[in-house]
Design a binder for this molecule. Structure first.
Ligand code: GRF
Length: 193
């Protein structure tokens, strides 16, 4: 069983989908802690409802990104966390966490990377008029959504309709992230140690 931490800055619907995948017995993992850089984010309520501890640290309270990540790292080590799962964490991971967790950090992004990295990927896709976009789960490196791709799924754009396009993308995210974690962690198909 893998011990994981989920990092989130917002609503936490992907956190919830992962936790439900664990509760169903689909994913051989346990979420030891939810890490957020936004103490008021809705993900903290979702975590509380699932009795999962939250580490809410405001980066502004630290002198440097390194000091902020060292504080997170201390808590991850205390919880013997083996794998970091980013789910709407709106911050670049720095050298401290990358070096502590080489090839053990993954992220979900709402586009078919390498198209539309960074902020508002769905808005970027709509602005370009693409007809197909999608969801990517990838390893995290020092760049912005540039790490090696693990899995992708396509989603049709609902032309001129951001709300419906967004809903379709989120629905696919909530299927794909649990599937990827199952593929990575479960013993019969274990891809990471
Ligand atoms: C998702 O669309 C994810 O792909 C992006 O941020 C959003 C997070 O949504 N990186 P939620 O907080 O999991 O509901």
């Amino acid at each position: 069983m893998k011990s994981i931490a989920v990092f989130a800055s917002g609503s936490g619907s992907n956190f919830q989908a992962i936790q439900e995948g664990i509760e169903r017995g689909d994913i051989d993992a346990t979420i030891k802690v939810v890490v957020t850089d936004k103490p008021g984010a809705y993900v903290t309520e979702r975590a509380a409802a699932k009795n999962i501890p939250v580490l809410a640290l405001s980066p502004k309270a630290y002198d440097s990104k390194e000091a902020y990540e060292q504080a997170i790292l201390a808590e991850l080590r205390k919880n013997e966390v083996e794998f970091l799962v980013l789910a709407g964490y709106m911050r670049l991971i720095g050298a401290t966490l990358l070096e502590a967790y080489p090839n053990h950090i993954i992220n979900i992004h709402p586009s078919l990377l390498p198209s539309f990295p960074g902020k508002d990927a769905i808005g970027q896709a709509l602005a370009h008029g693409v007809k197909i976009t999608g969801v990517t789960v990838h390893y995290v490196d020092a760049g912005m959504d540039t790490g090696r791709i693990i899995m992708q799924r396509a989603v049709d754009v609902v032309e001129g309709n951001r709300e419906e396009t967004e809903a379709a993308i989120h629905a696919i995210e909530h299927q794909l992230y649990p599937e990827v974690l199952k593929y990575l962690f479960n013993s019969s198909e274990n891809r990471v140690r």
